[in-house]
Design a protein. Structure first.
Lengths: 277, 267
């Protein structure tokens, strides 16, 4: 798993002489110290995880209690996985904002100038940040996703409503898709943070891009333009990837999300190298 | 109070208001945030008007009756509120980040006076701007909608709704400003207000049942938004003025906390 996460960072440290390897290790170590010594980087994920697990469990309880009162059509439409993972539309905000703060914190405090003086290879700095932000997002996503799944399905089965287990068809794939989507939004947040360099602008762009814009755009009837743009917003791609109800195949959705991450990564690398700090 | 002390207070308030106005207009984020708000509301009105033109014609007669031509084109405010809230937050937290707040409090040790004048300057500037662009968005949106159901400015309730969007944006901006005083850090304050306005309503929608809907109508975003609805949007919504009143009550609570804490804490 770390192989796929480390891919953007592996290039500068690739099959090159040991000096480059030592540089990459030093950059990673430096970024790790900065990441773990931020108080908000401990508290926010913790609070966020508790909030989203609570939200998902509350929703499972609510739907479980409601199950006996549903009519036949509603019962046929009852999808225990969808109910369990509705929290993701909000959960992506936690990852996006955290990713953004990893980058903008340094701009806010001016630390970025020290960082770039210590490691003038700016691409390497960005790659090290991306590797660590990716790994941390991945770990947090795994914890949240699997806790939500296990507790949520337990609650549904306790309420004698339909539920699924890990071994069932497509369930594990759905969980992995959720983890990848959450991790991808963490990286999107990081690269957006490097691009805009201010905490306020980064937080606005995350809430706008991941939450408000898709909600507004979904209310418009698809016409020639929106049919080919709205489904490619990251939030809609993530939704398609997990629930594929509109037309884009899950494969296209995964590729689209990967394209968002890679294009933003390229733009962030370009602007970090070109601009002053 | 004698006439002289009234005059003294008056000149002090004027001086503070003037210095707050200089700070407000001279930071780069103010014109930027207001321009982004204007762009979002006006371009949003055009896109939403054009986009809903087709959905109106495709809707059933019940759907056509429930179609709200005013709210539809002013809905860009839901996105624009992110900029206004951020402007409110940064107006306060920006000074804490740069350390300017210490200079401000040395110059004017009456902290409540500083906060009051800052809120006043902010409210007047944002209200003027947002009301103007709300009118622009209304006229643009109605002209785009026009073959479908649309509203004229003289129709009952329309003027109230267009002014309502400007008032709504001003109030959420003030909510951001007072939250900025409470949190004193940009990302934390932004996340808190955005969660209150944009995340909590959606978290509640995920729950079924009457209780969630009844709680939902008293959330600041959902309640305040009623101000720019022409038609009621569901069984569990307050009317336009009570809705705006609920939002104002949230702002008032935040203001009381902010006025208390700004005098108690160090800068």
């Amino acid at each position: 798993m770390s192989g796929t996460m480390a891919a953007p960072g592996a290039d500068p440290a690739g099959p090159t002489p040991p000096a480059a390897y030592r540089q990459a290790r030093a950059a990673l170590a430096a970024e790790w110290i900065k990441l773990r010594s931020l108080r908000s980087m401990l508290l926010t994920p913790l609070l966020g995880a508790v909030a989203f697990i609570g939200l998902a469990d509350g929703q499972a309880r609510n739907n479980g209690a409601n199950w006996p009162h549903l009519d036949a059509v509603q019962k046929a439409r009852f999808d225990p996985l969808v109910i369990n993972f509705n929290f993701v539309i909000l959960g992506v905000l936690l990852f996006g904002v955290l990713g953004a703060l990893v980058a903008t914190n340094e701009y806010g405090s001016g630390l970025i100038r020290t960082t770039l003086a210590a490691t003038p290879q700016r691409g390497l700095v960005l790659a090290a940040k991306a590797v660590l932000a990716g790994l941390v997002s991945f770990a947090l996503a795994v914890v949240i996703t699997f806790t939500v799944f296990l507790t949520g399905q337990g609650i549904l089965s306790g309420a004698h409503a339909p539920h699924v287990s890990l071994g069932d068809h497509h369930v594990l794939l759905h969980l992995l898709g959720t983890v990848c989507y959450l991790t991808a939004t963490g990286l999107i947040g990081l690269f957006a943070g490097v691009l805009v360099r201010s905490a306020a602008a980064a937080v606005i762009s995350m809430f706008g891009l991941l939450l408000v814009l898709p909600l507004l755009a979904d209310k418009i009837t698809p016409d020639a333009v929106t049919r080919h743009t709205v489904p490619y917003l990251p939030a809609n791609l993530g939704d398609e990837m997990l629930h594929h109800h509109q037309g884009l195949s899950p494969g296209v959705a995964v590729a689209g999300l990967a394209a968002w991450v890679l294009v933003l990564a390229a733009a962030a690398a370009f602007s970090l190298r070109r601009r002053d700090a | 109070m004698s006439a002289q002390s009234v005059r003294l207070l008056d000149s002090r308030l004027r001086a503070t208001a003037r210095s707050e106005w200089i700070k407000f207009r001279s930071v780069r984020s103010s014109p930027f945030a207001l321009a982004a708000t204007a762009l979002t509301v006006v371009v949003g009105a055009w896109l939403l008007g054009a986009g809903n033109h087709g959905s109106y014609q495709a809707a059933s007669s019940a759907g056509q009756a429930a179609f709200d031509p005013v709210f539809t084109v002013l809905q860009g405010s839901e996105l624009a509120q992110l900029f206004v809230v951020a402007l409110g937050v940064i107006t306060v937290t920006g000074e804490y980040t740069s350390g300017l707040i210490r200079g401000t409090f040395v110059a004017t040790p009456q902290r409540a006076q500083v906060l009051a004048m800052r809120a006043l300057v902010f409210a007047v500037a944002v209200w003027a701007c947002c009301t103007a662009m709300s009118f622009a968005a209304f006229f643009l949106g109605q002209s785009v909608l026009s073959p479908a159901k649309h509203a004229g400015i003289g129709d009952p309730g329309v003027l109230r709704a267009v002014f309502g969007a400007g008032l709504y944006l001003t109030l959420v901006g003030l909510l951001g400003l007072f939250t900025g005083v409470l949190v004193r850090r940009t990302p934390g304050a932004l996340a808190a207000v955005f969660c209150l306005l944009a995340v909590l309503p959606i978290a509640l929608i995920l729950f079924k049942g009457k209780l969630a809907s009844q709680l939902g109508e008293y959330l600041p975003g959902i309640a305040g938004e009623q101000a720019f609805h022409l038609l009621p949007s569901g069984a569990y919504t307050l009317g336009p003025w009570p809705g705006l009143g609920v939002l104002a009550a949230y702002v008032a609570v935040a203001a009381v906390a902010a006025f208390t804490l700004i005098r108690r804490r160090d800068a």
